[in-house]
Design a protein around this ligand. Structure first.
Ligand SMILES: Nc1nc2c(ncn2[C@@H]2O[C@H](COP(=O)(O)OP(=O)(O)OP(=O)(O)O)[C@@H](O)[C@H]2O)c(=O)[nH]1
Length: 347
């Protein structure tokens, strides 16, 4: 299998909703992950705090290998290509979408990109809880932006009363049914919603970057989300699992891990990434010495964890009847060359 594709997370939202604040929060709490940042104006990204180590053209190199660049839509694919270059060592790319293009166009650009180094990592729409009602009156297109989002971050909760917050939340949920919603202030979302921490290798003294990272934990990562871990020793039924995936509960934002589909999967290990409506499988041999079993982490907000686990348990194969149709459905989402169909669900 080719090396892991780098997720590209899009952050959109109306003027002043808190996108840069959230981006800075993600940068400050990135848990060792190397983040590539694409903005159309990097004046306000907290570059100073990240120890700028050099500047090349429109790209700023941040501490610990993070990169920051400024582009317009036409330059985006090329810039993503640069950031995804293996030598850059980036784990995730965050694009501050507003001002670059319409969120829907950016999502299309991402999922249609034939850049082999990247994959779609979701669209987070930041909403200003204090200004939403007024802004929506002036900009009805905001409703479209919410509908295309994979995650709504209802920010500035500190600026409204509980009653006002509940009302805005209700309106957003009505406009974007089924889209997971997190209530935050100052963009304090847990980075693990978007990317995985990098396992740390430690040699000798703490670096400056380590020290700076530890400083920033005063602000709690309190935006409530749920995470469910599911493991199964028995293979899953491809058909039942696809049924689960295609009708997954509202609020489920991200699923990652791998599946054992038993003899149906010709004993391969099926890696799975979903974000919002985007689904992608990859296939590899089981690593030597690792048990064959399904291991999944499911992340979101506002779903019933016990019900989710029950629904996954109902996906166990139970017998070894061949399930060719189920496998064909899985293969539609397989991330292998010439598999243009896999993104059909989101596009
Ligand atoms: N009270 C409060 N202020 C916030 C919160 N989040 C952001 N702000 C402030 O709101 C202002 C706008 O935040 P930004 O992060 O710059 O918003 P943005 O969406 O990046 O703005 P543009 O790039 O201009 O569209 C800044 O002064 C932030 O400090 C919050 O949750 N509560």
């Amino acid at each position: 299998m080719a090396r892991q594709r780098i997720p590209v997370v899009l952050v959109a939202g109306f003027l002043g909703s808190g996108k840069t604040t959230m981006l800075n929060h993600l940068l400050a709490n990135r848990q060792g992950a190397r983040v590539g940042v694409v903005v159309n104006d990097f004046g306000r990204v907290n570059i100073d705090a990240l120890a700028v180590s050099g500047q090349v053209d429109t790209m700023v190199s941040l501490g610990n290998g993070c990169l920051c660049c400024a582009v317009d839509a036409s330059g985006l694919d090329a810039m993503l290509g640069k950031l995804a270059d293996a030598e850059a060592g980036i784990d995730v790319i965050v694009v501050e979408a507003s001002g670059i293009a319409e969120p829907r166009d950016l999502v299309r650009l991402m999922i249609a990109s034939d850049n082999p180094g990247i994959r779609y990592g979701g669209l987070a729409e930041v909403v200003d809880a204090a200004e939403f009602a007024a802004t929506r009156e002036r900009h009805p297109e905001l409703a479209d932006h919410l509908r295309v989002a994979d995650l709504v971050v209802l920010n500035k909760a500190d600026r409204v009363t509980a009653g006002e917050l509940a009302k805005t939340r209700g309106t957003v949920e009505e406009l974007a049914p089924g889209v997971p919603l997190l209530v935050t202030d100052h963009g304090c979302v847990d980075p693990e919603l978007f990317f995985d921490p990098r396992p740390r290798e430690r040699f000798g003294q703490l670096s400056f970057d380590d020290l700076r990272e530890h400083e920033d934990h005063s602000r709690h990562l309190h935006a409530a989300y749920e995470s469910v871990t599911f493991t199964a020793e028995q293979p899953l039924s491809p058909r039942r699992f696809l049924d689960f995936l295609e009708q997954r509960p509202a609020g489920l934002y991200r699923v990652k891990g791998h599946l054992d589909l038993g003899p149906n999967g010709i004993r391969s290990r099926f890696g799975l990434h979903t974000v919002g409506g985007f689904v992608e499988f990859d296939r590899s041999a089981w690593p030597a010495g690792r048990p064959r079993r399904t291991e999944l982490v499911l992340i979101g907000a506002g779903f019933d964890a016990a019900d989710l686990t029950r629904r996954l348990e109902a996906c166990l194969a139970g017998d070894s009847t061949p399930d060719e149709r189920g496998m064909l459905r899985i293969l539609r989402y397989l991330d292998e060359p010439d598999d243009g169909a896999r993104h059909a669900e989101q596009a």
